[in-house]
Design a protein. Structure first.
Length: 119
């Protein structure tokens, strides 16, 4: 499976396809090396397991920065957890779905639950 966002993302698509191409060329070279010059030569297609392994390895070789830049190019900038939390709180406040009187909750206010002994 080729990840759908890679279709939109040249930054990820180019290195991803280059790695896949390198695996394919290596596979062809192995077949050529193993060929006995006295026999008729026929290339064989790689099976699905091999191609799936190539896709997985090519994906794993992409850096986190390359992947993040690809998402940025395809879908806009990624938000970190703090940005998401601030946006959520602003939306809840705007729709009067949050109690403004509570304020921040301190970790000392957490409710502790004792483990129940199972017998």
């Amino acid at each position: 499976m080729v990840y759908p966002f890679l279709q939109k993302c040249w930054r990820c698509n180019f290195p991803f396809k280059a790695r896949l191409r390198a695996f394919w060329v290596g596979y062809l070279r192995e077949q050529l090396r193993a060929h006995n010059s006295g026999n008729k030569f026929a290339l064989t297609a790689p099976d699905r397991v091999k191609v799936s392994k190539w896709v997985s390895m090519a994906w794993d070789e992409l850096s986190n920065t390359t992947i993040a830049n690809g998402y940025n190019k395809a879908f806009g900038p990624l938000l970190d957890d703090a940005d998401i939390a601030v946006d959520l709180i602003e939306n809840l406040s705007r729709h009067c779905s949050i109690d403004a009187d509570i304020g921040e909750v301190d970790s000392d206010d957490d409710i502790e639950v004792n483990e129940v002994d199972e017998e």
